[in-house]
Design a protein. Structure first.
Length: 338
């Protein structure tokens, strides 16, 4: 079976922010909302800020936290307000964030009362003191309260679009498999998405963040790749990666870490991303025998890339000069892998 592999090398110096709003079969009717969401978030993002922070520079960790938070709030994406609903009809959210200079990370998963799970993941990173890096469910929510973060009723996280999708999806739940959302098909019933960001700041430091509502009609408590370091996100001194796609497959191959290892062996970041996605497609198959698909964004101190094997990927970038670009359309694949 052939695999359409799309990628783009991004060559730019100085601060760079890459964001994604999910790699899946984004329906035509959702393209404009995804495009508007990316544009609004990128235009509001700041790579150089006024004030004392790092000599008037926004550091990478603050940058990815800020933009991921904005994506969670927008409503167009499967994260925060806009998350797809589990079998109980509730939003259940995961997020992870990592600082490349120290390898500190924080993650929360299966939360139902956190408006911005990436904020709490960031507080775990900053205030967990290495005693804790990952918190689940009620434990994550209790930690958030101890940090002065208000909990919200779950219904405030439920977008009307997702309530309607839930009602449609549950009548066909047995016929759908989560992997199908990331191939061509009736994605309106299944859905996909995840949001994330990677950034290189003016000092060359890197950071990554990923946030998601998971798969539609998932069992309560299901956790995918997004809050798992090395799977849905990773950052060190050499590369920062945020992944999206079929979470169980991404976790199985450790997609973000796989990109990192290839960069460390000397591959360009574009080649590393392409190779890691190709390997996932070869190694993990869905029940119908189709190889796993997904996407990622990645940045190094020298360059950056995006790559995806899904029909579409919502992604964008912002440079130090304020230049923004955002894409949702299907690209012509650079190669067809057999």
């Amino acid at each position: 079976m052939s695999l359409s592999l799309h990628s783009r090398h991004i060559e730019t110096n100085g601060p760079l922010l890459l964001v994604h709003g999910g790699a899946w079969d984004i329906p035509d009717g959702a393209v404009d909302a995804h495009r508007e969401g990316l544009q609004s978030v990128l235009e509001k993002s700041v790579l150089r800020a006024e004030g004392p922070l790092h000599q008037n520079e926004t550091d990478a960790l603050a940058g990815v936290a800020m933009v991921t938070r904005a994506l969670e709030a927008h409503g167009a994406f499967n994260a925060g307000y806009g998350a797809m609903l589990n079998q109980d009809g509730q939003a259940e959210l995961d997020a992870g964030i990592m600082k490349g200079t120290t390898l500190d990370y924080g993650a929360v998963m299966a939360t139902r009362r956190l408006k911005h799970p990436v904020d709490v993941a960031c507080r775990v990173l900053e205030d967990g003191e290495g005693r804790v890096r990952m918190l689940a469910g009620e434990g994550a929510e209790r930690f958030a309260e101890s940090m002065g973060i208000d909990l919200v009723p779950n219904e405030t996280l439920v977008h009307p679009r997702e309530r309607q999708r839930y009602e449609r999806t549950r009548t066909q739940a047995g016929a759908n498999h989560p992997s199908q959302s990331f191939r061509s098909g009736d994605a309106d019933l299944r859905g996909g998405d995840t949001v994330g960001a990677v950034m290189r700041d003016a000092s060359g430091a890197l950071a990554a963040a990923t946030s998601t509502g998971g798969t539609p009609f998932k069992p309560p408590g299901r956790v995918g790749d997004s809050p798992l370091p090395g799977a849905g996100f990773y950052a060190d001194a050499h590369v920062a990666v945020s992944a999206t796609g079929w979470g169980e497959a991404i976790a199985a191959v450790g997609l973000a870490r796989s990109v990192r290892e290839r960069v460390r062996r000397g591959d360009t970041v574009e080649t590393a991303a392409r190779t890691a996605l190709s390997r996932m497609h070869e190694c993990v198959t869905s029940p119908d025998g189709t190889g796993a698909t997904g996407g990622c964004i990645a940045v190094t101190p020298e360059d950056a890339a995006i790559a995806f094997t899904t029909p579409r990927m919502a992604r964008g970038q912002r440079t130090d000069a304020g230049t923004t670009r955002h894409f949702v359309q299907r690209d012509s694949p650079r190669s067809e892998l057999q």
